[in-house]
Design a protein around this ligand. Sequence first.
Ligand SMILES: [Zn+2]
Length: 483
Amino acid sequence: MAIKIDLEKAYDKIEWSFIREMLIFFNFPATLIDLIMSCVSSVSTSLLFNGGCLDSFCPSRGIRQGDPLSPYLFILCMEFLGHLIEEKCEANLWSPVRASRSGPSFSHLFFADDLVLFANADQVNCNTIKSVLNDFCLRSGQRVSVAKSRVFFSPNVGPDQRILLSDILGFNSTPNLGKYLGYPLKHAGDRKHDFDFVLDRVKKKLAGWKANLLSMAGRVVLIQASSSTIPSYVMQSHIQGPLPQDSDNMQIKNVLSPTGWNWSNIPFEIPPEVKAEIQAVPVPRVSRCSDKLAWKFSSKGDFDMRSAYLLAIDDTGIGSFSGSWIWKLSSLPRIQLFIWKCMQQSIGVKDCLAKRGIPLDTTCPLCHSEAETILHALRDCNLVRPLWQQLGIHCLYSTFFSQDIRDWLITNGGLKTTQNAAGIPWNVLFSFGLWLIWKQRNQGVFNSKSVNVNLAKVIAAQPLSSSFVPLGLVKTREWCSGK
Ligand SMILES: [Zn+2]
């Protein structure tokens, strides 16, 4: 069984005499004890009542919330409870539970005032737990909240036994212990809705923002900055391999013998097809380095959440949208988002609008020669082509003007050469080019403004002013100032 204990106002109720006792118990030097106790006990409190300050008074217990010393003192005091529990375990009055037959045994988990106790479900254990808690509360001034504490029984404890044991403990029995440190304590079977709280929490966070007032790029940044940590915290605690504690350091040499693979040394069953695959790998007889654990799905062999997640959702990357490079591009968030939209064919050019069922003439309103596709607007229009040439595309590669939209974006987004008119990485220059060409085009179409003849120089100056380029690399300044 597992018992989740809730302490009532844990900080406020701790007795000063108990703190002193604990400091002595853990062998603190006398001068340090006096110093700590004078910090703790020199508190005076006064109340604001009807706008006036009442006479101050001195409390005789409790430690201050927010005082940097308080958490340490509190942990010391809770350590004493752990000590009481260990004493009982050694006296065989408390039998801790085991995670597996050969796994380690454990009797309690503490994190500040979050306590979970574990023991076998029988009357001796329940009486011991009760007496340990009473003893601790009596000495420390703490009180266990009966209403909020819960006991969880494993499925093989019968209903009569459950009633008897929860009566001894004085806590209600529960089918679900809720969360420990913000992570749901797991019970048999993983159900999707067990993790609804993650979604709820993200939704709540999003609702607090005036998201409608933010630009699309602003929303992406906000989501990345704050909400993405919520699920990764939970998922981090959720990964678990098949090896029990004492065999997670197993090495190839433990399983491989000169005559072949010794499967019985592995504590769980390996599917036959995996065995066949392992047997098919030639094992070098002479090795140059020692065995180590490696994670197959990352290039360095180190475990990472991302590849584990992709593996779990069975995404091998084939046929999926290849746009992750966009978010790594050294550029402004709004430009990254713009490129992403180009990849998704969702820019408001006439061709895209027509494909979505809006009846209109798709001819380019600036050059009147071709249909206005995304590529036309950003690359092929008569007014834009010279710009790319001015920026130095002729030195880069010959298919620049013939690739389709995705290939074009991916190729240029990956080109880091500084062989161009501005002398800065081409992919950075390219991203700013796309964005400024698009803005300029909108000015031309909707406000009838003529094309800025110096646009190429404006483009080249932008990454520099937004500090996306290391200054040493750059000859932009000279170029912009006409040298
Ligand atoms: Zn055009």
